[in-house]
Design a protein around this ligand. Structure first.
Ligand code: FES
Length: 106
């Protein structure tokens, strides 16, 4: 099962096993990662699953599509490596992924 490391806004780091086929956001929720609110439930409408993809993983994870890009405009402190984690599907290729949770509670 792919392992994903989540680093929250306080710098706490947790490595979690997340099954392939669900989203990175769902993996965070299942593991109780602080700061991933996911208010819209994963429909790319709220931006409260905003995170920064570790630079080393940007090429693998890829860029947001047009819809995600416009929802990301709602996020605080958007950066070049910003993604909405509900829009990233976990696959074996993401084993070892490092995700830095953004400030999502205002
Ligand atoms: S959970 Fe709302 S945009 Fe990702």
């Amino acid at each position: 099962m792919p392992k994903i490391t989540f680093i929250d806004v306080n710098g706490n780091s947790r490595e979690c096993e997340v099954p392939s086929g669900i989203s990175v956001m769902e993996g965070a929720i299942q593991n109780g990662i602080e700061g991933i609110l996911a208010i819209c439930g994963g429909s790319c409408a709220c931006s409260t699953c905003h995170s920064y993809i570790d630079e080393a993983w940007m090429a693998v994870v890829g860029k947001p599509d047009e819809i995600e890009d416009s929802t990301l405009e709602l996020a605080l402190d958007r950066r070049p490596n910003s993604r909405l984690t509900c829009q990233i599907e976990v696959t074996d290729a993401l084993d070892g992924l490092v995700v830095h949770v953004a400030q999502n509670d205002g």
